[in-house]
Design a protein around this ligand. Structure first.
Ligand code: FES
Length: 272
């Protein structure tokens, strides 16, 4: 209980390091962190499983397709199956190709400003929600190890940008149907194209991207191109949270789809 001279005593809803009262909120504030925890946990478990499979990540000419899972792209390991390789092969890497490259999208998402907010709340309860007490005794921010590494986000942005170019190339290749007319559109083509578009949208809506285009500018009138870019990116940036979730889930859907086709569990229907 806190009192200020001449005013009504008020109950402070908890304090850092062992709240007396966790929160005065009466609503279901715990729903959002619970959902975020569940989805992120399920995604990490699935991607880890898929990355260690080292099979069924590519649908090749034997099935008249050219579909590569985004979890294994760019495929630059010595162990890449024929047809999946992106022309650069690291001869010293014989494990799953996904384990070689997943640090890029993983690091990009892990250091993302939005995901940071989400998993700090859902996993560390720091704090779990607005108006709910923090469950840690100290707060050191992101100024020391390990959280100071979050400042690497802009570098992951550059790497993710390059990966997106490769995924766009994969999406274009998904139109090829070797031995079945040469070119066409299948469900897999659409899945890979949508995945690439969503990942571009996620990357371009990044705060680091917006800052790169419009930040540190004293006068937009002297930088009309940067102003146009900034104006284009700002509404996307406002939707970054929604885009982050949709693109995350669709990456998993894309991998599941390619995996099911590659394993023969389903057929990739040609639409035209
Ligand atoms: S802030 Fe989310 S990807 Fe950069």
């Amino acid at each position: 209980m806190t009192t200020v001279s001449g005013s009504t005593p008020v109950a402070v809803p908890g304090r850092r390091g062992g709240p007396d009262v966790m929160t005065l909120r009466q609503d279901r504030w715990w729903v959002q962190p619970l959902v975020i925890f569940s989805v992120l946990f399920a995604f990490v478990v699935y991607v880890t499983w898929a990355a260690f499979q080292n099979k069924n990540y590519y649908v090749g000419a034997a099935m008249h397709r050219d579909l590569l899972s985004p979890l294994y792209s760019p495929c630059i390991a010595n162990s890449c199956v024929p047809g999946a390789s992106h022309h650069v092969q690291l001869s010293w890497w014989n494990f799953s190709p996904a384990l070689l490259i997943l640090f890029i999208p993983g690091g990009f998402r892990l250091t993302c400003y939005y995901y940071r907010r989400s998993y700090y709340r859902a996993f560390w309860w720091s704090p779990p929600a607005c108006g709910v007490a923090d469950h840690h005794s100290k707060y050191t921010g992101e100024t020391r190890f390990p959280l100071i590494l979050q400042n690497s986000h802009r570098y992951f942005f550059y790497l993710a940008f390059l990966v997106n170019i490769v995924l766009t190339y994969d999406a274009i290749l998904a139109f090829s149907m070797p031995g079945a007319g040469g070119i066409g559109v299948s469900v897999g083509t659409i899945v890979l194209v949508v995945n690439a578009v969503l990942l571009w949208t996620y990357t371009l809506s990044c705060h680091a991207c917006r800052h790169l285009c419009g930040g540190s500018v004293r006068s937009f009138s002297k930088h009309p191109i940067r102003q146009r870019l900034w104006k284009f990116l700002t509404p996307l940036n406002a939707k970054h949270m929604q885009i982050a979730w949709v693109s995350l889930i669709f990456v998993a859907i894309t991998d599941v789809y390619v995996r099911l086709v590659a394993s023969g569990a389903i057929t990739d229907y040609k639409l035209f």
